[in-house]
Design a protein around this ligand. Structure first.
Ligand code: HSE
Length: 396
């Protein structure tokens, strides 16, 4: 019998209770063990038929020697960090869906798990149900990953889809995402790109091997996405998506950022709508590949958590070594890496063509919209001096 201590009873926590109960037989067949949630840490009571499992003090779970795995589904870092650290130090493996915790403290917590020969694993922290972390950890050992670009936040993808396809207002779409259990407690974490940033940092930590702190990563959200640009881009087969991007530069440093990007209609990043997430990887041997699926929601996220529980039960020690410590000098200044931009100005096309000779003009109505050749952002800013700029977006 494997006994679990579950921290939290929100969207993810209740999903974990459901999945463990509705997959009891399957879990037994996979692990040879009966998997039981022994205690659930809550702040107040809920009217459910397993109330007897509720505890109100983390110390009860920590001191319980029968509990060998702790599932953290509280979110945030306070008190999650303190609880997870003490659980690991007490020799209990920890499974979490908490991207903020992993992005900030993953290096330290993985090291504690390694010292204790147990696990700190977190598939559900990136991409909800999608096994993207397992994919990059387990299935690309014969590849070098050169870039990752991902739609990693279900809420913003849902909002953008509803605004674009159904002309819903931002507020109506956000409220629906909250009701569906997709949004963060503070939706600014979704809308301002903070959640995507945490997730691209975790993927980059794994793929590129060193801890990258979210506060060192340039991050923009979707508040300034203009419907005019959405409509113009539609006419040329483009869409605006909030992406986390991490790629090796020519001088073998790392370009990493979160921002709305223009993607064109070939490929998964264009096609992924609603709450779906997608991550596209460029690798040296396998070429282009993608992961796609539900990025948020109770049962999808819980299914990834429960898969991690099975891994913990079946492992004979630490499965995945910690990534390396921070290496800030390896991160490139995003403004000095050449890329293409979509630009929309109030000025006319003739003026645009005199300054941006090699650009593609995509709209010449009241506004002139164009796509630049590859150029650094520093140089673009210089060249746009004298223009009245409506918007600038990066092109993937
Ligand atoms: N708020 C997050 C999202 C939840 O919308 O993707 C899953 O991490």
């Amino acid at each position: 019998m494997i006994k679990i201590g579950l921290l939290g009873h929100g969207v993810v926590g209740t999903g974990v209770v459901d999945v463990i109960s509705n997959k009891a037989q399957q879990l037994f067949e996979q692990t040879g063990e009966t998997v039981e949630i022994k205690s659930i840490l809550v702040r107040h009571d809920y009217d459910v038929d397993y109330k007897e499992k509720f505890v109100y003090d983390f110390a009860d779970i920590l001191a319980d020697e029968e509990i060998s795995i702790v599932v953290e589904a509280i979110g945030g870092t306070d008190p999650a960090y303190k609880y997870v650290k003490s659980a690991l130090e007490a020799g209990k493996s920890v499974v979490t869906s908490n991207k903020e915790l992993v992005a900030k403290h993953g290096f330290e917590l993985m090291n504690i798990a390694e010292e204790k020969n147990i696990n700190f694993i977190f598939e559900a922290a990136v991409g909800g149900a999608i096994p993207v972390i397992h994919g990059v950890r387990n299935c690309l050992k014969a590849n070098k990953v050169n870039s990752i670009a991902g739609i990693l936040n279900g809420t913003t993808n849902y909002i953008l889809t509803k605004m674009i396809d159904e002309k819903q207002s931002f507020d109506v779409a956000l409220k629906a995402a909250q009701e569906l259990g997709y949004a963060e407690a503070d939706p600014s974490a979704d809308v301002d790109g903070i959640d995507t940033c945490r997730k691209i940092c975790i993927l980059a930590d794994i793929v590129f091997g060193n801890h990258i702190l979210p506060e060192n990563v340039h991050t923009e959200g979707i508040r300034n996405v203009r419907i005019e640009d959405v409509d113009i881009l539609k006419t040329v087969g483009g869409a605006i998506k909030l992406l986390g991007v991490a790629k090796r530069t020519e001088d073998d440093r790392l370009l990493i950022m979160t921002a709305p990007h223009v993607v064109f209609n070939q490929g998964i990043l264009f096609a992924a709508n609603d709450v779906f997430n997608a991550a596209q990887l460029e690798t040296d041997n396998a070429g282009l590949m993608a992961f796609y699926g539900r990025g948020a929601g109770s049962l999808p996220t819980a299914s990834a958590v429960v898969n991690d529980i099975v891994e913990c039960i079946c492992s004979e020690g630490t499965l995945y070594p910690a990534w390396g410590d921070e290496k800030p000098e390896a991160v490139a200044d995003y403004k000095s890496v050449p890329m293409q931009f979509y630009v929309n100005v109030k000025d006319n096309a003739e003026k645009v063509k005199t300054v941006f000779e090699n650009s593609d003009i995509v709209c010449t109505a009241e506004e002139t919209a164009f796509i630049t050749e590859k150029i650094t952002e520093n140089r673009l800013t210089e060249k746009l001096n004298g223009f009245t700029v409506n918007s600038v977006l990066r092109v993937l």
